[in-house]
Write a protein that binds this ligand. Sequence first.
Ligand code: 4AD
Length: 458
Amino acid sequence: EDLSLPKADKIKLDEADPAKIKLGNGSDVKGTRVRVFGRVHRERRQKDVMFITLRDGYGFMQVIFTGPLAKCYDALTLTRETSMEITGELREVPSGAHAPLGRELHADYFKIHAGWKAAGGDDAITNRVSKDTEHATLLDLRHLTLRGETASKVMLVRDAVEHAFNLVFKELRMRKVSPPALVQTQVEGGATLFKFQYYNEEAYLTQSSQLYLETCLPSMGDVYCIEKSFRAEKSLTRRHLAEYTHIEGELDFITFDDLLTHLEQLMCRVLEVTMSDPVVKQYILDLNPEFKMPERPFKRMKYSDAIDWLVEHDIPNEDGEKHKFGDDIAEAAERRMTDIINRPIFLTHFPTEIKAFYMQKDKEDPRVTESVDCLMPGVGEIIGGSMRMYDYEELMAAFQREGIDPAAYYWYTDQRKYGSSPHGGYGLGLERFLAWLCKQHTVRDCCLYPRYFGRCKP
Ligand code: 4AD
């Protein structure tokens, strides 16, 4: 096999062991010998010269093989995705030529360790994942499509956004907690509960950590969590998952207006922090070239005005009729409205009947609640929030209205007994936020391994 690989002792080494660098580095060390590790992202030949683009998750590097190195057995049979160790000298790319970070590695030695070589021929990754592969197949092959530029950029932006949320929550003096995923209470309606046998009892996968966050306020102040929520959604839409990452916050002693101002600040600051990393900013602009920071203040629109707007714009409800007060604004109508208005909207004051049991009624108009959905162009709702009912009797009446037995909620209703307070909070779907930020058609492409109706693999 080892036809004419140059032997290590034949290679003139300037240093015994050149420094190992990641592929996102090296623009500052031109002229030095380095050692890199990565996988073959692309390769091409031009006469006797071989160009390899190496990838390691931190960046890309153009590597050049010339002379015997380009003609040895391993180079001639090199397959995409093969893992390599390469040493060489980093040089500026010739003027007029382009390469990542404006530098290229002139290799003088490479090695494919035993077992590092990727399958070629019919099994090659390129034969399994191509542009024409159907979306369902791509999702079956998610472990391989994750290696692609688009999927990996979305995942890297996701990492940065989650980090930014943690950072901004700390700036806002909010404390992180980790509520349980296995619960015996519902938050957002029985229809989407995943039920399971918990030893001898019935239990559910949590729909939202909200109720638990509320119990933390008295001793921890404002709190947040970044946890999974689960919804047994039975429809296939581009923004519904069965398992999603829910970023939830709960704030004590606030007014509804404070809640809206906080949400605006949180979102804008998270975007600022995320965009302050030049690499991440470039990923976002690659994925979403038209991205612009949202303007503050966000548009505020009452539900009842949205109903009027939909009627004026001839956008019908789900039954094909004119929208009327009390209708749920369905996904399609909501998205059309948001796309036409084309800026972030705080849609507020939804009627009591179409919202969750725990929402505080508006003192001025008891038909509606102090509730808010934040709508973003291209996606629609990415945040749902509200002030919480803080009166014990009122909450008990709400349970009755919804036909929920309050017994299992004793720990929640106790909050209204032992020092209640005006408070409110929200939940943001991380995948929806990313679909908006990275201009992805569906939230499925914004999670590592999406779970939705009919899919629980890989
Ligand atoms: O509007 P939702 O149902 O609100 C709550 O769960 C509140 N208890 C949160 C709170 O106040 N702490 O969900 C909040 C957000 C939605 O705006 C959406 O972004 C996301 O969670 N979401 C989903 N994302 C993906 N797939 C689903 N099936 C989702 N359901 C909700």
